[in-house]
Structure formats: C-alpha cells, structure tokens
Ligand binder design. Structure first.
Ligand SMILES: [Zn+2]
Length: 382
C-alpha cells in the first residue's frame, strides 16, 4: 500500500499523513486552478467583472488548492469517524491523489458498518459542496469580487466531482466498498464480494486509462494526463487492496499458536550481559527473552535495555539487574487470532508473548510475521 509519507498533524487521535505524491498534486492543482482563473481575466464568463491579472490567478489558485486539500481531509476524516463508531480502529489517514486511504487495523466487522463507513466520505464531500454553495450564494448576493466568487464556485464543483468520483463502484473506492457491502450482505461471502468489486474496479481503471489516451490524442492533453494518471493509479490500488484484504482474512483465520516461535530460551538471572549478548540475543534474534530466578520466570529482558547499558559494564551486570516485569498488554493467551494479537503490536519491531498461566509458550516478533507473510504471498502466487 502506498502509505509512506510525512505526518502533518493529528485530529481525533488519527494521524494525518501526506504521501509524497501529494506535494506534486498540490502543485499541479494550484497551477490548474491558476490557469483556469487566468482565462476569466480576459472573458469574465458569467461574472460581472473579469478576474484580475498578474499574480492574482496563481495566488487564488494556491489558496483554492489548499482549501481543496482541507476538504479531502474532511472527506477521509468522516470515513474514519464512522469507522471508529463501528469499532474499527483507524490509525492514520494518508492523502494521495484525489483522496486518501484511511488505514484501518483489520477488516470491517459486517456489511452494514462497511456500507455506512464507505458512504460517509462522499456524503461529507456533498455536504461540503453545499456549504461552499451557501458561501457562493452569499458572496454573489454581497456582490463580491470574482477573486472570491470563482474559487468558491470551483470548490463547489470539485467537491461534487470528488463525491461522484468516489462513488464509482470499483473497489477500493468508496463506491466499490458500497458495492462490496451490498454483495457481502446478499452472499455472506466477504472474499467473493471483494473479488467481484475488485474486478469492477480494475475494469473502471482500464476504461479511465483508455479514455485518458483518447483525450490525449484528441489534444485535450491536461485532461488526458489526469485521467491516465488516475486510471493507472486505481488499477494498482485495486490490486494492492485486494491482496491486503486476503491477508487480513487469512490473518483472521490464523491463530498465534500457528506461527509463534516456540523454542524461547530462558535466561538465568545470573547471566552476565556479555553472555546475554553472545549466547542469547546474538544467535536467537528475538527482541525480548524471559529471565528466570531458580528456574521460574520472573520477567523479561529486552535487547533495547541491553543496548542502553554501556558495554564497559556488561561483564559487571547480570540479566536480573536489567530485567523488567512482563507487561500484561504484551501478552495474549494461546488461541488468539493473529489479527487480534497484531493490534497489540505498535510496530513491526515490537513483540507479543503467548502466555498460559505464567508459562511463556512462545513469542511473536518481526521474524515470525515476515515468515508468515512470505508464506502467504507464495501460496497466493500458486
Ligand atoms: Zn472516500
């Protein structure tokens, strides 16, 4: 999933992340708006005065692009807030191209929730369009300058366009999720409904790309490039989202016991830190290890804590000195679904201990997850 980017803020406990493509998009949008506004400086169209020339179209274009960007965040946030209300945790929103992706942990619980979550975004876009229409109405009533009126009208049109575009019935667009929810409700089969709506999504992407090529050759260069861009992007996104869904479904079927590392060595509390490194962390590559006093586990020692101690002291201190009690939130009982366990992991470098009545049965860390996803990937290719 194209989810890398930089964080610009946090709203309602959700990180807002900007994909690097967005810098380019913002720039292209500002120029597109500027270019549009500039044409109104020679012919005012339906407005009673022309758009001022010089720097004005570009300045207004940049402001409009920035406002549009806020509208997209509102669109994504409305998905996330509805998701949260239905018990789906949203970690962050990544914005790219004409929308974004609300990154949810795991899959949606039921078709009804999916339907509401998906519909919330386009709904928000239409409401925002309505708000800007109200402002436009007020501004024209007050006979304000075209510098105000034209950007407002553009924002009305663009938000309507975003609402409609996102309602296209191809997964993973909102309309595709709505379609999936409807098929899911009818068939009870999430996998099949995802596959069908993904095929529709890819079909739409191909049509868009073809339409873009046609426009390109018909000399509507800018519109053509936008459409090709969107088509290719949507095709890749449909593929990635489908795989993600299969992963999530498979992870929901898998129990921690199936993939955990079971031969976890127990470190005696008397072990020096030098030996802890040489005999344990070196060969085992686990982020934490259980520490025992006289055979019974009393806590854990982490590689991070070991690295926090100056190496000059490694021969003088023992594992018991830097061990900590087992954090309850880092333990799950055997039989826990993998998706459930992964929710307790903050990152890929984190860990989960599988514990039954003070016995550490196994550990789940980066290596186990990598092996698991690698295996799933190979199975899918067959
Ligand atoms: Zn949306």
């Amino acid at each position: 999933m194209p989810s890398s980017g930089f964080k610009i803020g946090r709203i309602f406990g959700i990180d807002i992340v900007i994909n690097i493509t967005w810098v380019l998009i913002l720039f292209l949008l500002a120029i597109s708006f500027g270019e549009l506004f500039r044409t109104y400086s020679t012919d005012p169209g339906g407005f009673n005065q022309p758009f001022p020339g010089g720097i004005w179209p570009w300045a207004a274009g940049t402001v409009t692009a920035a406002l549009f960007f806020v509208c997209l965040i509102a669109h994504e946030l409305s998905h996330s807030l509805v998701a949260k209300r239905h018990g789906v945790e949203v970690k962050r929103i990544t914005l790219f191209l004409f929308g974004g992706v609300a990154e949810m942990s795991g899959e949606v619980p039921d078709p009804g929730s999916e339907f509401k979550m998906a519909a919330a975004g386009p709904g928000a876009s239409f409401v925002i369009a309505g708000l800007f229409f109200g402002l436009l109405f007020l501004a024209s009533y007050l006979d304000l300058s075209t510098v105000i009126l034209l950007p407002l009208r553009s924002l009305v049109e663009l938000n309507i366009a975003v609402g409609i575009f996102n309602l296209l019935p191809g997964f993973p667009m909102d309309g595709g999720r709505i379609l999936r929810a409807i098929i899911w409700k009818k068939t009870g089969d999430l996998k099949r409904s995802t596959r069908i709506s993904t095929i529709v999504g890819k079909g739409l992407a191909v049509v868009m790309t073809a339409g873009g090529l046609y426009l390109l050759f018909a000399n509507f260069t800018v519109a053509g490039i936008w459409l090709i861009f969107l088509g290719v992007f949507l095709y890749l996104l449909a593929n990635a989202s489908y795989k993600q869904t299969l992963y999530n479904l498979a992870a929901a079927d898998t129990k921690v016991d199936d993939i955990m590392f079971t031969d976890v060595p127990v470190v005696d509390a008397e072990t020096t830190l030098t030996n802890l490194r040489l005999q344990y962390f070196g060969p085992y590559r686990l982020p934490v290890l259980p520490v025992a006093v006289g055979g019974s586990v009393t806590g854990i020692v982490s590689e991070k804590d070991l690295e926090g101690v100056a190496s000059a002291e490694w021969d003088l201190l023992n594992a018991g000195r830097i061990s900590k009690p087992i954090p309850v939130e880092k333990t799950v009982p055997p039989g826990t679904p993998l998706t459930e366990a992964m929710k307790s992991m903050k990152s890929f470098n984190d860990f989960i201990l599988i514990v039954k009545e003070d016995d550490i049965l196994g550990i789940l860390s980066k290596q186990e997850l990598l092996n698991y996803f690698d295996m799933r990937m190979k199975l899918q290719k067959k």
